[in-house]
Design a protein. Structure first.
Length: 199
């Protein structure tokens, strides 16, 4: 794919946006917002917040609520649809029609980003796991149809390496082992940074 992302200069009505790519929307419900409830709502009430998905990628930015497990969710996205027939892509939701419109959507088809981490960025010496640039790229990958490379099975078997991303050329891996290695590598890099600055 050769993609170029461009910030919208005008809204769908042709009015110039003061900040390119940004529309400020007043939220009248409780805040922060439960991202799963927002993304999965199929009552059609949140469709009013998105622009024509054939012309725009809708990215919602808001504070996410914290769930009971206190886990941090940086972003969440819908996967695209795939038309039934010879061009159907395995792993995506199949649909009969070839053109998506706001009128036939019941949920806010978009990516959502947790604004609590909007300023999180990596430095030259230290990677920040909440880096907003990485989060947006990650969620746009899902929006365009990419699954996680690691095994996404049941909770009691999350350390498996079964291929679940529908791409034979990207081998699966053990996420638990990867995360453990990443923590140690991050700590090692951090300690090296500390020693460099304290010489």
């Amino acid at each position: 794919m050769n993609l170029t992302f461009t910030l919208a200069e005008t809204n769908p009505d042709g009015e110039t946006l003061p900040d390119p790519g940004v529309e400020y929307v007043q939220w009248t419900e409780s805040y922060p917002i439960d991202c799963n409830t927002f993304m999965q709502d199929d009552s059609k009430k949140y469709v009013k917040f998105i622009w024509d998905p054939n012309r725009y990628i809708n990215v919602m930015v808001y504070n996410f609520t914290t769930d009971e497990s206190n886990s941090t969710i940086l972003g969440i996205s819908h996967l695209p649809f795939s038309t039934k027939g010879n061009t159907f892509l395995e792993g995506l939701s199949s649909v009969e029609y070839t053109y998506l419109s706001l009128s036939n959507l019941r949920f806010p088809y978009c990516a959502s980003i947790n604004s609590l981490y909007i300023n999180a960025q990596s430095t030259e010496n230290l990677y920040n796991s909440a880096d907003i640039t990485v989060t947006v790229a990650h969620e746009l990958g899902h929006y365009l149809g990419l699954h996680h490379v690691f095994y996404e099975g049941t909770e009691d078997n999350m350390d498996g390496c079964e291929d679940t991303d529908y791409c034979e050329d990207t081998p699966s891996y053990n996420k638990y082992e990867y995360d453990a290695d990443y923590i140690w590598l991050s700590l090692e890099m951090y300690l090296r940074t500390i020693s460099i600055h304290t010489l």
